[in-house]
Design a protein around this ligand. Structure first.
Ligand code: ZN
Ligand code: FE
Length: 255
């Protein structure tokens, strides 16, 4: 049976998401920005929380863990590289490990850059990937603990996932990301179409995610730093892709 998801907002602009295996009843929260909206989503769905899968240590992804674990006795899975900074961890995982939520299985992909130990969870059979603050819809996370080159390598790993993979990210930043992306690629028609779509979604109070890897490859400038036209647009023709990526990221920081 295919996985089910429930997406909801937390804090000011975070997403929370539940992943449910209808066969076994297992349910995971991907990150836990705060407990109350997770509890509300559990109540609405009638699902029972069995696991929390953590992408990285930032407080806006982990502050809800303690209260949820106390109440539901759920397992907390966290990246090996930063488990010491995450509360109540039961199990640490690293690149290549498999994490199961009931019968649903995720490959762990290390995606450092935003934080040094950031990981993503790829449920390949279900075509779902939970990427935390590494890849956003039309954007990417700030490079806080790693280097731009490291972040570029992480984004390429996610870019290599099948085009029909549905991406769930940590924040609703799509509209502002598109505004910036259009300064990098003013002639990208797919991006213009995405802006109209995202505006309509926001107006209706709907989330702008999930998004597919295929669409992100066509529209997200941070996944397109190795294209000659994108390099030319930021005045870096012939430069290595990691440097072009670093330039685009630096521009976004000032945008
Ligand atoms: Zn973060
Ligand atoms: Fe975050």
């Amino acid at each position: 049976m295919p996985a089910q998801t429930r997406l909801f907002r937390c804090l000011s602009d975070n997403f929370g998401v539940l992943l449910h295996d209808p066969e076994t009843g297992a349910t995971a929260a991907i990150d836990a920005p705060e407990a109350a909206p997770v509890e509300a989503a559990l109540k609405e769905t009638g699902w029972k929380l069995t696991d929390i899968l953590v992408t990285h240590h930032h407080a806006d992804h982990t502050d809800g863990i303690r209260a949820l674990k106390e109440r539901h006795k759920c397992r907390v899975v966290a990246p090996a590289g930063e488990a010491a900074k995450i509360p109540a961890v039961d199990e640490v995982v690293k690149e290549g490990d498999t994490v199961k939520v009931g019968n649903l299985a995720a490959n762990v992909i290390e995606t450092p850059g935003h934080t040094a130990g950031h990981i993503s969870y790829w449920f390949h059979a279900d075509k779902l990937a939970f990427v935390g603050d590494t890849l956003f819809s039309i954007g990417c996370g700030r490079v806080i603990e790693g280097t731009p080159a490291q972040m570029w390598t992480s984004l390429k790993k996610l870019r290599d996932l099948p085009d029909d993979t549905q991406i769930y990210c940590g924040h609703e930043y799509t509209l502002s990301n598109i505004k910036f992306a259009r300064t990098v690629e003013p002639d990208n028609k797919a991006l213009a179409a995405r802006e109209a779509q995202a505006k309509a979604q926001i107006e209706k109070g709907e989330p702008t995610i999930p998004v597919t890897i295929g669409a992100e490859k066509a529209e997200n400038p941070f996944l397109r730093a190795d294209r000659a036209d994108v390099a030319a647009n930021v005045g870096m023709s012939g430069k290595p892709a990691a440097e072009v990526f670093a330039e685009i990221r630096a521009r976004k920081n000032k945008f």
